[in-house]
Design a binder for this molecule. Sequence first.
Ligand SMILES: Nc1ncnc2c1ncn2[C@@H]1O[C@H](COP(=O)(O)OP(=O)(O)OP(=O)(O)O)[C@@H](O)[C@H]1O
Length: 286
Amino acid sequence: MFQVKDLSFKYKNNENNVLKNISFDIYEGEIFGFLGPSGAGKSTTQKIIIKILEDYQGQIHYKGKNLSDYHQEFFEDIGVSFEMPIHFSKMTALENIKFFQNLYKQKADIETLMKRVGLWEDKDKMVAEYSKGMKIRLNIVRALLNSPNMLFLDEPTNGLDPSNSKILKDLIKEFRNSGGTVFITSHIMSDIDQLCDRVAFIVNGEIKEIDSPRNLKIRYGERNIKVEYKENNQIIEKKFAMEKIGDNEEFLKTIKEKDIETIHSGETTLEDIFIKVTGVTLNEEQ
Ligand SMILES: Nc1ncnc2c1ncn2[C@@H]1O[C@H](COP(=O)(O)OP(=O)(O)OP(=O)(O)O)[C@@H](O)[C@H]1O
């Protein structure tokens, strides 16, 4: 869908490039996660590939054609949902959606979309009366109202409770399963893990890793077994390498002789990988 090659970018008032020769592809029909610490260059990249920022160096192709050769037809083909929802607060939700839909040639069915995100019953409420979660869901409806082929989502589940977050994630997966392509940024690693086919990590304007969450876990995984046992009224934790565990005398002795509380195999999470690749913890981030 997208081919980005040797992309560099510098803001006019900055001395150095904020993007330094980055290359990546987004395949048709995948959910591609773009992750990295604050200030790494995620928004800048997103703004360039949706044609908000120009004057970049490098080549970007969308569906095989140079991005700079696209005009209005590009915006007809994509849907965008930024982190901060912007709506006309003195208009109803439905009026807002109709207003924005009129800007496009291709139109999705508004009722189906609003029902899908649980907003149809509140369609005649002023947006000013909407909660934050309702505004975020309305924002997704806006991103989909022209039946786009490609969706750009910036922190789509941020600020949503678990049930609304699930509605949104299911919607994103349905979009992908029906052939759509998604570019997504998020700080919520469990959501990224559930949603993304592949992820890229960007640090300081450079791409450090691109792979599927599964492959990253295999590559960065520690593959160990954690055993907790009780001794002298204390809980002791020990880790053993998974490899040749059946020959590991200390492990065998421990499970034979100790008062075992728990045994877990060590699954590396995407959050652990984020920390390893970027050197930044997500708490520092927020
Ligand atoms: N309009 C601008 N003018 C000058 N510098 C900018 C501008 N916007 C962003 N920057 C700088 O470019 C770098 C990359 O910023 P960018 O917003 O792309 O990061 P990000 O990864 O999206 O961060 P966050 O997760 O906080 O949104 C930062 O150093 C930032 O200060």
